[in-house]
Design a binder for this molecule. Sequence first.
Ligand SMILES: [Ca+2]
Length: 393
Amino acid sequence: MNSEHRGSITRRQFVTSSATVLAASSLARNAQATTNFFAQHEAARRGPFRVIIDTDPGVDDALALLLAMRSPELKIEAITPVAGNVPLELTLPNALRMVEIAGRTDIPVAAGARAPLVRRLVTAAYAHGENGLGGAVFPEPKTKPAKEPAAELIRQIVRKFPGEVTLLTIGPLTNIATALSTDPELAGMVRALVMMGGSLSGGNITPAAEFNIYVDPEAARVVFQSGIPITMVGLDVTRKTSLTEEHLRQLQGAQNPVSQAAATIARNAIEHNRERGFIVGPNMHDSLAVAGFIDPSLLKLKEYYVDVETTGELTAGETLGYSPNAGDLRRRPEMAKDPAATNMSIRGSAPTLASTRTSPVVRDRFVPNANVAVDVDSIRFFDLLISRLSGKL
Ligand SMILES: [Ca+2]
C-alpha cells in the first residue's frame, strides 16, 4: 500500500523531524564530517565498503547498478527501487532484472515509495522509454523482492552497521527521507551519502531543477538538512559523461552476460537519444555517482551549503549552493580567515508586505553540508565504467 511505503508522513511531520535530525546531528559534527570526508574515501578505496543503492531504473540506473555489482570495493547491502524515471511497477522489476543479470540475487531488493512525499509523480519515460530501459527487453524477473518496504530495510541495515553504511542515491530521495523522518537518530548513523542529483548550473526537466530533486524536492530538503556528509554529483559534472558508439563497441566486444546486457541497454539508449534529435549523449549520470564513490579522484569537489527550493512556482526542486569561496565572494588571502568571510549569512527571499517574517536570514553563518562535484575526468570515468562492465576488473 502506498501509505506503508511512504510511512504516512505529513508535511508537518517532515519539518518537525528534519529539524530534530538537524538538532541531533550538531553543526560541529557536520563540519567534522566534511573535514574527514577525503580520509573516509581513502578507506573506501581499500573497501569493501557497505552501501545501499537507492534507484529508479532507468537506463543510466541500470548501467550504474551493473557497475556497482561488478565493483569489488562495494559490499551492496540492499538495492531499494523508488518511483522516478518510471513508476515503481517498472523500477522494481527492472532492479530485480539487473541483480539476475549480474548473478547477484543474494542482494535484497526492497520495494520503495510509489509516489513522492507530498506531490504527484512526474516520470521521465520520454527519456527512458516506457519500460524504463530505453526499450531494451529482458525476461520477467523470477527473484522476489524483500518482504520489508525499502525505508524500513534501509533503517534496519543502517542500525545494524552504525557509522558504516554509505547511501548511494541515484533516484528521487523519497525512500531516504522516509527512513530519516521515521527514525530521527538514523542520520547520525549513516556514514555518508553520495547522490546523483541537483545542479548548480541549471536543470534538465525545468530550467531550474534536475530531475531527481524536481520529482521530490521535499524529500531532497530532508536529506540536505539531515547532517549526513553528502557528496552531490549533479548535472554540473554528469553532463560531461556522454556515452559514445565507441563505448558501445567495447561493450559489445566483451562476451559475458553483464557486458551483453549493458550493450543492449546502451544501444537502445543511444538510438533513442538520436531519434530525439540530440547530437551528444546519452549521459551516464548515475554511473558517475557510483564511480565517483569507487574512485573519488575522478571528481573535483567543492564545499557548499546546499538547500532545495520547495515552494517556487517555476523553480521547485532547484538546488542552491552557497559558498563564501565562490565567484566574486572570494577574498584576498589575508582576509580568508576573517569572520566576515567565513561566516556568510544565508538569506532566503525578501519578506513580502503580507509576511509576518522580519528577517530573511535562514542561516547566520556558513557551514557546508555537501561536497559538490564541480569537475570530472570523463576519460578515466569511462575507462572505469566500460572496463568493469566488460569484465576487465
Ligand atoms: Ca536514476
